[in-house]
Write a protein that binds this ligand. Structure first.
Ligand code: ATP
Ligand code: MG
Length: 559
């Protein structure tokens, strides 16, 4: 479990301002926040924003942050999700200590409180169908209609509710509703459902319950039970606040949390909805929740995104009260910045083209020194073997180059990184006329990459020795969606058909293949890559975390 220290640079935002003011006024001695995921899927980068905010606040102010699973809907919830959520929060660098809770821990108390609402004439059992309840709710402009069952006596309601609990009725036969006001301007106050019948196995309470509380009924009371002082959620719950406050007012809760709403994180080229992410997995559009193209924490971890880059990203986007869409380039920028600082440099050839150095003696090799990190001498150096047969990148050669192509072409001289100047002297083609091998000469006087006579070359290229480099599969990822604002209701149409490119003939340095490290590396001139769990003994697999080119920074600079 990762517990690396989290940057404590404190940004200011309206929530932190409120908390500071509450502390200054002595409203609280200790700030208690919580991150309340529903365990019905894996966490995504939007959740990372909420995690960093809630856990961050608990680190910056005297206080604590709870991890609470809002596990009120057993039909969609699974232990796998509970486990993955815990792993992901830890990986992001946050820890709830002993403050791990489940809404299901409170099912007994929530039930007692529901009976109390019935006894106080504030809740009733409704026999209408789901459809009838929906249509009698009214609209934004029309009031709802009272249910014909709204006038039931307390005794009848109690009896029916207890029999719902005892499992006497089938799914959907009845619900418990709050008795508030069917003509309230706020639709959330039009007799919302508190309990529904659901004969379903729950990951934690098993078959004990045949009724389950609604999210709206459970959420605020769970906060109150835990003594949450600042209950932070996203804007879509703003209209639910009057309902949460109604429960808090009517029930003998041990504390009165206050809810604050902030903007959701939205990203271009990305959908952050668990419904969509679940469907992507179920329909096989991706290889799983941790597919490196997924915006999930697990996907990003597998892709080699460092947790520090995610923390920096959510710090930069800040916390606002108005929804907006963040350019995914900003996330990529943060990933690149972090990896540029931390990733060791290596060489890999994604699409190899063989090169024979004709004037290099057959059977001879030599060890050259390569730098592991240009800005960090403590990262040290490593040896790479130069010899007569090498590989370069196919894209680094053109037989008939246009004017501004400075890399290898017949008669042109370039530098091979850490090695020598080489010049192309011949081209070998197959039957189809494709270039399959190059003939070159090298200048032994240019060892290390500089000519004693001061002559210059315009290109420095990466390369690998043919004999000791290792075959590898390299996976290059592009945006999962081709549309900058994909349509959540018809997302399949917006999928990018080229989101995964597999390069199965790639080659990497021997040192890269031998290491089992899951630390991302920079493959020089290509980007940042990380070893994937699909690697086999016979063939390592590397995923591209991100390319080197930073179009976002250029756009920012342009203004
Ligand atoms: P979805 O709507 O995709 O199902 P959710 O909001 O229902 O996601 P939860 O598990 O209920 O998922 O979310 C846990 C917490 O994370 C909530 O407090 C929620 O407000 C917050 N959260 C979810 N998505 C985002 C987002 N895109 N940006 C910021 N916070 C988010
Ligand atoms: Mg939710």
């Amino acid at each position: 479990m990762s517990t690396e220290p989290v940057a404590t640079e404190v940004g200011r935002d309206f929530i932190r301002d409120i908390i500071q003011a509450d502390l200054d006024q002595g409203k609280h001695k200790e700030i208690v926040t919580r991150f309340p995921p529903e365990p019905n899927g894996y966490l995504h980068i939007g959740h990372a924003k909420s995690i960093a905010l809630n856990f961050g606040i608990a680190q910056e102010f005297p206080g604590r942050c709870h991890l609470r699973f809002d596990d009120t809907n057993p039909v969609k919830e699974e232990q796998e999700y509970i486990d993955s959520i815990q792993a992901d929060v830890h990986w992001l660098g946050y820890d709830w200590g002993k403050n791990l809770f489940y809404a299901s821990d409170y099912f007994d108390r929530l039930y007692e409180w529901a009976e109390q609402l019935i006894r106080d004439g504030l809740a009733y059992v409704d026999d209408q169908s789901q459809e009838e309840i929906r249509t009698s709710r009214g609209t934004l402009t029309e009031p709802g209609k009272n249910s014909p069952f709204r006038g039931r006596s307390v005794d009848e309601n109690l009896d029916l509710f207890r029999r719902m609990k005892a499992g006497e009725f089938p799914n959907g036969a009845r619900v418990l509703r709050a008795k508030i006001d069917m003509s309230a301007g706020n639709i959330n106050l039009r007799d919302p459902v508190l309990y529904r019948i659901l004969h379903a196995h729950h990951p934690r309470t098993g078959t004990k319950w045949s009724i389950y509380p609604s999210y709206d009924y459970a959420h605020g009371q769970s906060d109150a039970i835990e003594g949450i002082t600042h209950s932070i959620c996203t804007l879509e719950f703003e209209d639910h606040r009057p309902l949460y406050d109604w429960f808090i007012e009517k029930l003998p809760v041990p504390s009165k949390p206050h809810q604050y709403e902030m903007a959701r994180l939205n990203l271009t080229y990305t959908l952050l909805s668990k419904r969509v992410l679940t469907q992507l997995v179920r329909d096989g559009h991706v290889a799983g929740w941790d597919d490196p193209r997924m915006p999930t924490i697990a996907g990003m971890r597998r892709r080699g995104v460092p947790p520090a880059a995610l923390r920096e990203f959510v710090r930069r986007i800040g916390v606002a009260k108005a929804n907006s869409v963040v350019d995914v380039g900003m996330l990529e920028f943060c990933i690149r910045e972090e990896l540029n600082r931390t990733a060791q440099r290596r060489m890999a050839v994604l699409k190899p083209l063989k090169v024979v150095i004709e004037n290099y003696p057959e059977g001879q090799t030599e060890e050259l020194e390569a730098i592991n990190h240009p800005d960090d001498p403590s990262a040290g150096t490593r040896k790479i073997t130069f010899g007569r047969e090498l590989y370069i990148e196919q894209d680094d050669f053109m037989e008939n180059p246009p004017k501004k192509f400075f890399r290898l072409s017949p008669g042109n001289e370039v530098r091979l990184r850490y090695a020598y100047f080489v010049k192309c002297t011949g081209v070998i083609k197959n039957d189809k006329g494709e270039v399959v091998e190059l003939r070159c000469t090298y200048d032994p006087a240019t060892k290390g990459g500089n000519a004693p006579d001061g002559r210059k070359v315009k290109a420095t290229m990466h390369w690998l020795p043919a004999a000791t480099s290792v075959p590898a599969e390299i996976r290059v990822y592009n945006q999962l969606f081709a549309n900058p604002s994909p349509d959540a209701s018809n997302f399949a149409a917006d999928l990018n058909p080229n989101s995964l490119e597999i390069l199965s003939d790639a080659r990497v340095e021997a040192s890269v293949a031998e290491s089992n490290s899951t630390e991302p590396m920079q493959f020089e001139r290509q980007g940042y890559f990380v070893r994937d769990k699909d690697s086999t003994l016979a063939k390592p697999v590397f995923s591209r975390t991100i390319g080197l080119r930073d179009t976002f920074a250029k756009e920012v600079a342009k203004g």
